[in-house]
Design a binder for this molecule. Structure first.
Ligand SMILES: [Ca+2]
Ligand SMILES: [Ca+2]
Length: 257
């Protein structure tokens, strides 16, 4: 399979699929707490507003990066991270939630997220290896079937500044590439990722991390959902790629064995 086809399998998203998703969610479990950020925020004592159910991880608090509650995709609330005093150093500001999901319990694990990139002044992925600097990213620490700790990342960016050439950056461990995607500025973009496919040899999804990193950056997220599709007679997403590379996706009932 060529990389382009692989990319399409991992990253396929479209609105019709999301609409279908909404109609068959009856037996699907959302494994995230307060992923829509409608469940309130708390002041962590530094003035940063952290969504309930999540904890903040900030690289260098003395730089004054902020976490704030802002208007969400469909009204309501979303979370924004802002770092504007980074100069020419890279650091992160993100929120973390322990999920501890044993993927063997599910036929599919689907991550859905709405992202909104406002600004960044470092090229996508940054210059460091392994890459970590995107204005908006999802980062998933997980345990592999061999017991090793792995780190999977996916980033979103605008036109990358800097040399503008380095995207799809080198990963680490079992994850050879940290994939990323160019998006329009100040526009909500929905993404859906099939984690049992995306995360090599995944056994346990330990945490979900959402935020940004780089020099200066501003980004937002809303509607983070980690959907577990139970085994047995549950609806599931089936993706396929034709010989010409055309993607198709269908939802259907999967019969029990
Ligand atoms: Ca929301
Ligand atoms: Ca702060």
């Amino acid at each position: 399979m060529n990389p382009k086809k692989f990319w399409k399998i991992l990253l396929f998203v479209n609105c019709s699929l999301l609409l279908l998703c909404g109609s068959v969610l009856g037996s699907v479990v959302d494994l995230i707490t307060n992923g829509d950020f409608e469940g309130g925020f708390y002041d962590d004592g530094t003035g940063d507003m952290v969504p309930n159910g999540w904890v903040k991880d900030e690289g260098r608090p003395e730089e004054g990066a902020t976490l704030t509650e802002v208007e969400g995709k469909d009204g309501g609330s979303a979370v924004r991270w802002t770092r504007l005093n980074g100069g020419s150093t890279g650091d992160h500001l993100h929120i973390v939630q322990d999920v501890n999901v044993d993927v063997d319990n599910y036929r599919s694990i689907i991550l859905i997220i709405d992202v909104y990139v406002i600004y960044h002044n470092l090229e996508a992925g940054g210059w460091a290896t392994p890459a970590f600097e995107w204005p908006v990213y999802v980062y998933i620490p997980y345990t592999a079937t061999d017991g090793s700790q792995q780190h999977w990342k996916f980033g979103w960016y605008l036109d990358p500044p800097g040399d503008g050439s380095r995207t799809q950056d080198p990963g680490t461990g079992l994850v050879r590439i940290y994939r990323d995607k160019k998006v329009p500025a100040e526009t909500w973009v929905s993404e859906m990722l099939l984690l049992k496919t995306a995360l090599p040899k995944v056994k346990t999804i330990d945490k979900i991390v959402v935020g940004g990193a780089g020099w200066d950056y501003v980004g937002q997220a809303d509607n983070v959902r980690l959907l577990g599709v139970p085994k047995g007679s549950a609806p599931s997403v089936e993706l396929s790629v034709s010989s010409k590379g055309k993607m198709s996706a269908t939802w259907g009932q999967i019969k029990s064995k």
